[in-house]
Design a protein around this ligand. Structure first.
Ligand SMILES: Cc1cc2nc3c(=O)[nH]c(=O)nc-3n(C[C@H](O)[C@H](O)[C@H](O)COP(=O)(O)OP(=O)(O)OC[C@H]3O[C@@H](n4cnc5c(N)ncnc54)[C@H](O)[C@@H]3O)c2cc1C
Length: 228
């Protein structure tokens, strides 16, 4: 910001804060020639010699606009953005004939880590199924939750991987002594239990890992069972 502000001053630009753009002023031929603003309670019309640049951010805090244009982001999201993101720039541009597109797109994030210990947990959807690697970049995880899981997912951790500090964006919903009891004496490996290369299949040879990786684990676990 220091560099940007220095460059702005060097270019001779005058910054005015506390000024709210209200509407664009257009000539009869449609050319934008100024803006009506509200500054310290006074409405002023400002003439623009060459044009007006709208840079009012997005519309995440205008919940009506979010509901109308990006319904997938409405229910499952906690709005996050600068307080002024009310869609006023988009509204002003639209009011003079500007077209909008991709209004349904948003950036959804689910930062379950740090702490790294949380990655030992699993993220499941409403049918209790995992749908993505938990250590995916938080934007990828957030996007999958917002657009493919109806905005809902649950992080299941054990005692050692649970957050050890208060989280205002991940609320605890349930606690139990264990999530799914083991059936003693039963083991499985290979495609009977899991396919590592779930679609799309991106690497030949990966499939053998199903039997070697899980086979080794199952074998070690079975061998260490106390005979009945
Ligand atoms: C918590 C948080 C963390 C982020 N972290 C990162 C990061 O690490 N890396 C990264 O690349 N991006 C990050 N971002 C995103 C990045 O900050 C935004 O994408 C970027 O600031 C968008 O710039 P903008 O100019 O479009 O809008 P903004 O920065 O929102 O600026 C728009 C401004 O216009 C003002 N305004 C609105 N309406 C009017 C009006 N009618 N008249 C006058 N002024 C008006 C608003 O008050 C606001 O000050 C983060 C965002 C948030 C909220």
């Amino acid at each position: 910001m220091e560099v940007l502000l220095a460059q702005t001053a060097a270019a001779g630009a005058v910054l005015r804060s506390g000024v709210t753009g209200r509407r664009l002023i257009v000539e009869r031929d449609g050319r934008v020639v100024g803006m009506q603003v509200l500054a310290e309670g006074v409405t002023r019309n400002i003439r623009a010699l060459r044009g007006v640049v709208l840079a009012c951010g997005g519309f995440i805090h205008n919940r009506q606009m979010v509901q109308r244009h990006a319904p997938a982001l409405f229910d499952g999201s906690a709005p996050w953005g600068s307080a002024g993101e009310l869609g006023e720039g988009i509204a002003m541009g639209s009011a003079v004939g500007g077209e909008t597109l991709q209004m349904h797109e948003g950036l959804a994030i689910t930062p379950i880590y740090p702490p790294e210990s949380a990655l030992a947990g699993i993220v499941v959807n409403a049918t209790a199924q995992r749908f993505l690697a938990e250590d995916s970049y938080y934007g990828v995880l957030g996007d999958a939750i917002a657009y493919q899981q109806q905005g809902q997912a649950w992080l299941i951790t054990d005692a050692s991987s649970s957050f050890n500090f208060p989280q205002d964006n991940f609320l605890p919903v349930a606690e139990g002594s264990t999530i799914g009891e083991a059936i003693h004496g039963l083991f499985a490996a290979g495609r009977t239990v899991a396919g590592l290369p779930v679609a799309p299949y991106i690497a030949s040879g990966f499939s053998v890992g199903d039997c070697t990786f899980f086979g080794r684990r199952a074998g070690i676990a079975a061998a260490s069972e106390i005979p009945s």
